[in-house]
Design a protein around this ligand. Structure first.
Ligand code: RAM
Length: 337
Protein backbone atom coordinates (compact mmCIF):
# COMPACT_ATOMS: atom_id res chain seq x y z
CA UNK A 1 0.00 0.00 0.00
CA UNK A 2 1.31 3.46 -0.87
CA UNK A 3 1.94 6.05 1.82
CA UNK A 4 -0.84 8.18 0.34
CA UNK A 5 -3.36 5.37 0.75
CA UNK A 6 -2.19 4.67 4.28
CA UNK A 7 -2.56 8.37 5.07
CA UNK A 8 -6.05 8.40 3.51
CA UNK A 9 -7.10 5.41 5.65
CA UNK A 10 -5.75 7.12 8.74
CA UNK A 11 -7.70 10.32 8.02
CA UNK A 12 -10.88 8.31 7.43
CA UNK A 13 -10.38 6.31 10.64
CA UNK A 14 -9.68 9.48 12.68
CA UNK A 15 -12.82 11.02 11.19
CA UNK A 16 -14.96 8.08 12.27
CA UNK A 17 -13.51 8.24 15.79
CA UNK A 18 -14.20 12.00 15.95
CA UNK A 19 -17.76 11.71 14.71
CA UNK A 20 -18.32 8.93 17.25
CA UNK A 21 -17.01 11.13 20.05
CA UNK A 22 -19.07 14.15 19.00
CA UNK A 23 -22.20 12.06 18.75
CA UNK A 24 -21.88 10.81 22.33
CA UNK A 25 -23.28 13.00 25.09
CA UNK A 26 -22.52 12.95 28.77
CA UNK A 27 -26.26 13.03 29.40
CA UNK A 28 -26.74 9.69 27.62
CA UNK A 29 -23.68 8.08 29.12
CA UNK A 30 -23.93 5.13 31.44
CA UNK A 31 -20.35 5.40 32.64
CA UNK A 32 -19.31 6.74 36.05
CA UNK A 33 -15.57 7.39 36.43
CA UNK A 34 -13.71 7.22 39.71
CA UNK A 35 -10.36 9.04 39.67
CA UNK A 36 -7.97 7.95 42.43
CA UNK A 37 -5.14 10.04 43.88
CA UNK A 38 -3.01 7.22 42.51
CA UNK A 39 -4.15 3.82 41.30
CA UNK A 40 -1.77 1.84 43.50
CA UNK A 41 -3.10 3.16 46.81
CA UNK A 42 -5.05 0.34 48.58
CA UNK A 43 -7.29 2.90 50.31
CA UNK A 44 -8.39 4.22 46.92
CA UNK A 45 -9.00 0.67 45.71
CA UNK A 46 -11.27 0.00 48.69
CA UNK A 47 -13.20 3.20 48.02
CA UNK A 48 -13.57 2.07 44.42
CA UNK A 49 -15.01 -1.28 45.62
CA UNK A 50 -17.87 0.68 47.18
CA UNK A 51 -18.21 2.92 44.13
CA UNK A 52 -18.44 -0.12 41.88
CA UNK A 53 -21.00 -1.82 44.14
CA UNK A 54 -23.22 1.26 43.99
CA UNK A 55 -22.78 1.56 40.22
CA UNK A 56 -24.04 -2.04 39.85
CA UNK A 57 -27.12 -1.17 41.89
CA UNK A 58 -27.66 1.98 39.81
CA UNK A 59 -27.15 0.09 36.53
CA UNK A 60 -24.12 1.96 35.19
CA UNK A 61 -20.52 0.99 34.43
CA UNK A 62 -17.84 1.99 36.94
CA UNK A 63 -14.36 2.94 35.69
CA UNK A 64 -11.31 2.94 37.98
CA UNK A 65 -8.80 5.50 36.74
CA UNK A 66 -5.89 7.44 38.16
CA UNK A 67 -2.21 8.16 37.75
CA UNK A 68 0.70 5.93 38.74
CA UNK A 69 1.84 8.54 41.26
CA UNK A 70 -0.16 11.15 43.15
CA UNK A 71 0.39 14.34 41.12
CA UNK A 72 -2.15 16.86 39.78
CA UNK A 73 -0.45 16.93 36.36
CA UNK A 74 -1.03 13.22 35.88
CA UNK A 75 -4.63 13.55 37.08
CA UNK A 76 -5.25 16.26 34.47
CA UNK A 77 -4.27 13.81 31.73
CA UNK A 78 -6.58 11.15 33.12
CA UNK A 79 -9.48 13.60 33.37
CA UNK A 80 -8.94 14.86 29.82
CA UNK A 81 -9.27 11.29 28.58
CA UNK A 82 -12.51 10.84 30.52
CA UNK A 83 -13.92 14.06 29.07
CA UNK A 84 -13.10 12.82 25.56
CA UNK A 85 -14.92 9.62 26.47
CA UNK A 86 -18.01 11.60 27.56
CA UNK A 87 -18.56 9.82 30.84
CA UNK A 88 -21.61 10.85 32.86
CA UNK A 89 -19.84 11.38 36.19
CA UNK A 90 -16.29 12.13 37.27
CA UNK A 91 -15.58 11.61 40.98
CA UNK A 92 -12.07 12.70 41.87
CA UNK A 93 -9.83 12.54 44.95
CA UNK A 94 -7.73 15.59 44.20
CA UNK A 95 -3.97 15.86 44.37
CA UNK A 96 -4.33 19.66 44.39
CA UNK A 97 -7.14 21.98 45.44
CA UNK A 98 -6.90 24.42 42.48
CA UNK A 99 -4.85 22.78 39.74
CA UNK A 100 -7.68 20.69 38.29
CA UNK A 101 -10.02 23.67 37.86
CA UNK A 102 -9.59 24.27 34.08
CA UNK A 103 -10.04 20.64 33.14
CA UNK A 104 -12.97 20.05 35.52
CA UNK A 105 -14.72 23.23 34.42
CA UNK A 106 -14.35 22.04 30.87
CA UNK A 107 -15.90 18.70 31.89
CA UNK A 108 -18.85 20.41 33.61
CA UNK A 109 -19.33 22.62 30.55
CA UNK A 110 -19.86 19.44 28.56
CA UNK A 111 -22.58 18.24 30.91
CA UNK A 112 -20.43 15.86 32.94
CA UNK A 113 -21.33 15.83 36.66
CA UNK A 114 -18.19 16.46 38.67
CA UNK A 115 -17.74 15.71 42.35
CA UNK A 116 -14.71 15.35 44.56
CA UNK A 117 -14.43 12.78 47.33
CA UNK A 118 -11.72 12.19 49.98
CA UNK A 119 -9.63 15.22 48.93
CA UNK A 120 -11.58 18.22 47.64
CA UNK A 121 -11.19 20.41 44.58
CA UNK A 122 -12.18 24.06 45.01
CA UNK A 123 -15.85 25.00 44.88
CA UNK A 124 -15.64 26.31 41.30
CA UNK A 125 -14.49 22.90 40.11
CA UNK A 126 -17.23 20.67 41.54
CA UNK A 127 -20.95 20.27 42.07
CA UNK A 128 -20.32 19.06 45.62
CA UNK A 129 -17.74 17.22 47.74
CA UNK A 130 -18.20 13.81 49.36
CA UNK A 131 -16.59 14.27 52.77
CA UNK A 132 -15.52 11.29 54.88
CA UNK A 133 -15.71 12.99 58.30
CA UNK A 134 -15.40 16.42 59.86
CA UNK A 135 -11.82 17.63 59.18
CA UNK A 136 -11.74 19.52 62.49
CA UNK A 137 -12.59 16.39 64.44
CA UNK A 138 -9.94 14.38 62.58
CA UNK A 139 -7.16 16.93 63.16
CA UNK A 140 -7.95 17.47 66.83
CA UNK A 141 -8.41 13.80 67.70
CA UNK A 142 -5.02 12.86 66.23
CA UNK A 143 -3.18 15.40 68.38
CA UNK A 144 -5.16 14.33 71.46
CA UNK A 145 -4.28 10.69 70.76
CA UNK A 146 -0.57 11.42 70.35
CA UNK A 147 -0.59 13.44 73.59
CA UNK A 148 -2.25 10.64 75.54
CA UNK A 149 0.09 7.96 74.18
CA UNK A 150 3.17 9.63 75.66
CA UNK A 151 1.56 10.99 78.83
CA UNK A 152 1.84 14.58 77.61
CA UNK A 153 5.61 14.60 77.25
CA UNK A 154 7.62 14.33 74.03
CA UNK A 155 7.90 15.76 70.55
CA UNK A 156 5.42 15.07 67.77
CA UNK A 157 6.04 14.65 64.05
CA UNK A 158 3.65 14.38 61.15
CA UNK A 159 4.31 12.03 58.24
CA UNK A 160 1.87 13.28 55.61
CA UNK A 161 1.02 12.30 52.04
CA UNK A 162 1.77 14.83 49.23
CA UNK A 163 2.48 18.45 50.14
CA UNK A 164 -0.47 19.69 48.03
CA UNK A 165 -3.13 17.19 49.18
CA UNK A 166 -6.26 19.09 50.22
CA UNK A 167 -7.40 16.57 52.81
CA UNK A 168 -4.08 16.07 54.64
CA UNK A 169 -3.35 19.82 54.62
CA UNK A 170 -6.73 20.57 56.14
CA UNK A 171 -6.22 17.94 58.84
CA UNK A 172 -2.75 19.36 59.59
CA UNK A 173 -4.25 22.86 59.92
CA UNK A 174 -6.65 21.51 62.55
CA UNK A 175 -3.80 19.71 64.32
CA UNK A 176 -1.98 23.03 64.57
CA UNK A 177 -5.13 24.78 65.84
CA UNK A 178 -5.60 22.14 68.53
CA UNK A 179 -2.02 22.78 69.71
CA UNK A 180 -2.29 26.58 69.53
CA UNK A 181 -5.64 26.80 71.30
CA UNK A 182 -4.47 24.63 74.20
CA UNK A 183 -0.94 25.91 74.69
CA UNK A 184 -0.70 24.94 78.36
CA UNK A 185 -1.87 21.41 77.82
CA UNK A 186 0.53 20.86 74.95
CA UNK A 187 3.49 22.77 76.41
CA UNK A 188 5.62 19.62 76.47
CA UNK A 189 4.39 18.07 73.22
CA UNK A 190 5.63 20.40 70.48
CA UNK A 191 5.06 19.60 66.82
CA UNK A 192 8.67 19.32 65.70
CA UNK A 193 8.47 18.36 62.03
CA UNK A 194 6.11 17.73 59.15
CA UNK A 195 7.42 15.53 56.35
CA UNK A 196 5.82 14.25 53.14
CA UNK A 197 5.97 10.62 52.04
CA UNK A 198 3.88 11.40 48.91
CA UNK A 199 1.72 8.29 49.54
CA UNK A 200 4.67 6.39 48.14
CA UNK A 201 5.78 3.47 50.36
CA UNK A 202 9.50 3.95 49.63
CA UNK A 203 9.52 7.70 50.26
CA UNK A 204 7.33 7.27 53.35
CA UNK A 205 9.83 4.75 54.72
CA UNK A 206 12.85 6.99 54.15
CA UNK A 207 11.03 9.98 55.69
CA UNK A 208 10.25 7.84 58.76
CA UNK A 209 13.88 6.83 58.99
CA UNK A 210 14.92 10.50 58.85
CA UNK A 211 12.44 11.44 61.61
CA UNK A 212 13.92 8.82 63.92
CA UNK A 213 17.28 10.61 63.84
CA UNK A 214 15.72 13.29 66.07
CA UNK A 215 15.67 11.88 69.63
CA UNK A 216 13.06 14.47 70.69
CA UNK A 217 10.40 12.89 68.49
CA UNK A 218 8.30 10.40 70.48
CA UNK A 219 5.18 9.98 68.32
CA UNK A 220 4.65 9.97 64.57
CA UNK A 221 1.18 10.97 63.37
CA UNK A 222 0.51 9.70 59.83
CA UNK A 223 -2.80 11.05 58.46
CA UNK A 224 -2.48 8.71 55.49
CA UNK A 225 -2.94 4.95 55.19
CA UNK A 226 0.16 4.62 53.00
CA UNK A 227 2.29 6.55 55.50
CA UNK A 228 0.87 4.51 58.41
CA UNK A 229 1.84 1.18 56.91
CA UNK A 230 5.34 2.31 55.89
CA UNK A 231 6.00 3.89 59.30
CA UNK A 232 4.55 0.88 61.15
CA UNK A 233 6.87 -1.49 59.32
CA UNK A 234 9.91 0.70 59.81
CA UNK A 235 9.29 1.29 63.52
CA UNK A 236 8.77 -2.43 64.05
CA UNK A 237 11.82 -3.56 62.08
CA UNK A 238 14.12 -0.99 63.66
CA UNK A 239 12.89 -1.83 67.17
CA UNK A 240 12.23 1.86 67.82
CA UNK A 241 10.30 2.96 70.89
CA UNK A 242 8.66 5.82 68.97
CA UNK A 243 4.89 5.35 68.81
CA UNK A 244 2.59 5.68 65.83
CA UNK A 245 -0.96 6.92 65.35
CA UNK A 246 -2.94 8.35 62.46
CA UNK A 247 -5.40 7.21 59.82
CA UNK A 248 -4.80 3.59 58.88
CA UNK A 249 -6.59 0.71 57.21
CA UNK A 250 -7.48 -1.93 59.85
CA UNK A 251 -6.59 -4.68 57.35
CA UNK A 252 -3.05 -3.30 57.00
CA UNK A 253 -2.48 -2.03 60.52
CA UNK A 254 -3.84 -4.89 62.65
CA UNK A 255 -0.39 -6.43 63.33
CA UNK A 256 0.99 -3.07 64.48
CA UNK A 257 -1.96 -2.43 66.76
CA UNK A 258 -1.63 -5.93 68.17
CA UNK A 259 2.12 -5.56 68.86
CA UNK A 260 1.84 -2.05 70.33
CA UNK A 261 3.78 -0.08 67.66
CA UNK A 262 0.49 1.77 67.05
CA UNK A 263 -1.53 1.82 70.31
CA UNK A 264 -4.59 3.07 68.45
CA UNK A 265 -5.61 4.87 65.26
CA UNK A 266 -8.65 6.18 63.41
CA UNK A 267 -10.45 5.87 60.08
CA UNK A 268 -13.93 5.72 58.53
CA UNK A 269 -15.26 3.16 56.10
CA UNK A 270 -13.61 3.85 52.70
CA UNK A 271 -15.95 1.38 50.97
CA UNK A 272 -18.94 3.40 52.15
CA UNK A 273 -17.25 6.62 51.00
CA UNK A 274 -16.93 5.34 47.43
CA UNK A 275 -20.44 3.91 47.58
CA UNK A 276 -21.86 7.27 48.65
CA UNK A 277 -19.88 9.08 45.93
CA UNK A 278 -21.54 6.98 43.21
CA UNK A 279 -25.03 7.72 44.58
CA UNK A 280 -24.17 11.42 44.81
CA UNK A 281 -23.18 11.34 41.13
CA UNK A 282 -26.33 9.44 40.23
CA UNK A 283 -28.57 11.95 41.94
CA UNK A 284 -26.81 14.80 40.10
CA UNK A 285 -27.31 13.01 36.78
CA UNK A 286 -31.01 12.39 37.48
CA UNK A 287 -31.55 15.93 38.74
CA UNK A 288 -32.55 14.90 42.26
CA UNK A 289 -29.86 17.26 43.56
CA UNK A 290 -27.89 20.06 41.94
CA UNK A 291 -25.15 20.30 44.54
CA UNK A 292 -26.82 23.26 46.25
CA UNK A 293 -27.36 23.28 50.02
CA UNK A 294 -30.58 21.62 51.13
CA UNK A 295 -30.74 18.96 48.44
CA UNK A 296 -31.40 15.44 49.71
CA UNK A 297 -31.00 12.03 48.11
CA UNK A 298 -31.01 8.37 49.04
CA UNK A 299 -27.52 6.90 49.04
CA UNK A 300 -28.61 3.27 48.56
CA UNK A 301 -28.29 1.18 51.74
CA UNK A 302 -26.53 4.06 53.54
CA UNK A 303 -29.85 5.91 53.50
CA UNK A 304 -30.85 9.53 53.14
CA UNK A 305 -28.16 12.20 52.97
CA UNK A 306 -28.30 16.00 52.57
CA UNK A 307 -26.09 18.54 50.92
CA UNK A 308 -24.71 20.99 53.48
CA UNK A 309 -22.38 23.96 53.25
CA UNK A 310 -18.66 23.19 53.45
CA UNK A 311 -15.95 25.22 55.21
CA UNK A 312 -14.35 26.09 51.84
CA UNK A 313 -17.44 28.01 50.70
CA UNK A 314 -18.75 25.16 48.55
CA UNK A 315 -21.05 22.31 49.54
CA UNK A 316 -20.52 18.78 50.75
CA UNK A 317 -22.23 15.61 51.85
CA UNK A 318 -20.86 13.95 54.98
CA UNK A 319 -20.36 10.24 55.58
CA UNK A 320 -19.87 10.06 59.35
CA UNK A 321 -17.35 10.32 62.18
CA UNK A 322 -13.82 9.00 62.52
CA UNK A 323 -13.82 5.63 64.27
CA UNK A 324 -11.18 4.52 66.79
CA UNK A 325 -9.38 1.20 66.26
CA UNK A 326 -7.46 -0.37 69.13
CA UNK A 327 -6.45 -3.78 70.51
CA UNK A 328 -10.00 -4.49 71.66
CA UNK A 329 -11.77 -4.08 68.32
CA UNK A 330 -9.13 -4.46 65.60
CA UNK A 331 -9.82 -8.20 65.33
CA UNK A 332 -13.39 -7.48 64.28
CA UNK A 333 -12.40 -4.91 61.65
CA UNK A 334 -9.28 -6.29 59.98
CA UNK A 335 -11.33 -8.45 57.62
CA UNK A 336 -13.78 -5.66 56.76
CA UNK A 337 -11.56 -3.00 55.13
C1 RAM B 1 -4.37 7.76 52.03
C2 RAM B 1 -4.76 8.86 51.09
C3 RAM B 1 -6.18 9.31 51.28
C4 RAM B 1 -6.53 9.47 52.74
C5 RAM B 1 -6.24 8.22 53.49
C6 RAM B 1 -6.55 8.36 54.97
O1 RAM B 1 -4.75 6.54 51.52
O2 RAM B 1 -3.88 9.93 51.23
O3 RAM B 1 -6.37 10.50 50.58
O4 RAM B 1 -7.86 9.81 52.92
O5 RAM B 1 -4.87 7.92 53.34
Amino acid sequence: MSWKRIAAFFVLFAGIVCVGAVAAHAADSKVFAFVAKDINNPYMQKAFDGFERACKEIGVTALYRGPESATPEAQIEVINQLVAQNVAVIAVAANDFDALQPVLKNAMGKGIKVISYDSAVNKESRATHVQQADPEMIGRVLIQAAYEMIGGEGGLAVLSATAQATNQNLWIEWMKKELEENKDKYAKTPLIRIVYGDDDPTKSTSETQALLKDPEIKVIIAPTTVGMLAAGKYLQDSGSKVLLTGLGLPSEMAPFIENGVCPWMYLWNPVDLGYMAAYTGDSLVKGGITGEVGGTFKAGVIGERSIVSAADGGTEVMLGEPFKFDKDNIGDWKEVY
